[in-house]
Structures are given as C-alpha cells and as structure tokens.
Design a protein around this ligand. Structure first.
Ligand code: ZN
Length: 253
C-alpha cells in the first residue's frame, strides 16, 4: 500500500479523476497518441503535489514519460502538447498490431471461429476481416470496426492500425484489452487482443444498420431491424468458412 507523498497525498489517483484526464486528452499520450498511457502530474511533480487535480494531470505513454522524466523533451514541448493534446489536434489515439502470419481465432457469442476471413458480418459490413499476407514474413492484416449503441464508430482497425475514436465517452487500453465506455460501471465494448492467438469480444453493446447486439464472450442477444425482441445465440464452433456469423443478407453482389 502506498503511503503517499510528504503532503499525505496518496499515489493512487481516484478513478473519476483518471477518467476526467482521459476525456480531456482524447484517450492517448498528449505527445504521440499512444493509448497505453500513464498519468503525469504536469504542474508539479507528484512529490510536491497537494491534490490530484485533473486539470494538472496529463497522459503520457511509457516512452514519452521516460523522455520527460530524463529531460530530453523540453518543458516547452511538454507544455505545448498539454495545451494541444495529440488526439484532439492530430487524430485519434492509435496503436498497431502484429499477430504474425497465422490468423487469430475469433471468440464471439460463445463461439470459436477459426481460419475465417469474415468472422462477423452485418449485411455487407465485415465487423472483422482477417486477410492472409501475400508475403509469408508479413503479419496477417486485421481490420475491424465496432459501433456504440448510437451507431457511431467507437473503435476502427484498418490493416493492423487501431484507432480509438475521440467521440467516445471513455476509452482505456491496458495489457491486451481495449475497452470503450458509454457510461461508468460497465464497458460497452471489451476486446481482448491476444497476439498470435485470438481476438475475443468479451462484451458488446452495439447498434449497426438497425441491428442491435448485446452480449459477452458466452452469449449474444441480437435484435433484427424492426423486430420487437432479441434472439439469443450461445455456444458453437466454426472452422474454415469464408464467413462466420452473417447477420442479414448482403445487399451488394
Ligand atoms: Zn507518447
């Protein structure tokens, strides 16, 4: 247990304060946009801080935090980026994936989907697409997008480049997990991206083209456009198909 600094300030920053900092910074390092972040007391070093004021805390990735601590990034540069965070001026928080040349399994709705190009498709939209590399030394190309309950894109993956959209209410990246929050308590999307193994959709609350999806790794409730109640899917295994789950008929031929 941390004893805090000489003013009795605990090292642990309260969760609502951390969220306010993430929201103010657009969910990524203020200098480079990396979503794997640490909290940095910007005005005063933690040793001299008397409170966890979200306006005086900022987000830095491990690499940028190290440079700031060692002084290889000037105070002016840091101040400039705190005033204009990367994710609010240059583009969404981003990171990249390299799962090697073997396509990962996808776990969704209690189902393991193996060796599949489009594990999940809604009408013509591939929620996830896994393209085998033409060069055996290149990684499998992972593309995906997920929408929140309002139908807005929350996470987009374009050929291994992951973007966490700044319009989200909250977004976190920790370990192998990306989570999107539309409100506190429970994430609306939880993706566990385990390199060289699997993409697990641990939780989803989403609307797309009038379809509503609600579920976790074990089961999924799906409401088709215009229908009153949901159908529930649970359990199964799919191997080798071009398309795993297809919701609705593709419109384009
Ligand atoms: Zn950074």
């Amino acid at each position: 247990m941390s004893r805090g600094n000489r003013f009795g300030l605990a090292r642990n920053i309260p969760a609502p304060t951390k969220r306010a900092v993430r929201q103010a910074c657009g969910f990524g390092c203020v200098i480079c946009g990396n979503p794997f972040i640490q909290y940095h007391h910007a005005d005063l070093a933690f040793a001299n801080a008397v409170e966890h004021d979200p306006r005086k805390i900022t987000l830095l990735c491990g690499g940028c935090h190290d440079r700031v601590s060692r002084g290889t990034y000037s105070d002016e540069k840091v101040r400039e980026h705190i005033a204009k965070p990367y994710c609010l001026t240059n583009g969404p928080a981003f990171t990249d994936l390299d799962f090697g040349s073997v396509a990962p399994n996808v776990r969704f709705a209690g189902t393991d989907i193996e060796d599949c190009v489009f594990p999940i498709r809604v009408e013509d939209y591939g929620l996830i697409m896994l393209e085998k590399p033409t060069d055996p030394n290149s990684p499998v190309q992972i593309s995906a997008f997920f929408t929140n309950t309002r139908g807005e894109v929350s996470v987009a993956i374009s050929q291994n480049n992951v973007l966490l959209m700044p319009q989200n209410w909250d977004a976190t990246a920790e370990g192998t997990r990306l989570r999107i929050w539309d409100a506190s308590r429970q994430p609306s999307l939880s993706l566990n991206l385990v390199p060289r193994q699997s993409i697990e959709i641990e939780r989803i609350e989403s609307t797309l083209l009038g379809w509503k999806f609600s579920g976790d790794a074990h089961s999924l409730r799906v409401t088709t456009p215009g229908a009153k109640g949901p159908n529930t899917f649970a359990g199964g295994r799919m191997s080798g198909p071009h398309v795993g789950f297809q919701f609705g008929a593709p419109r384009l031929r």
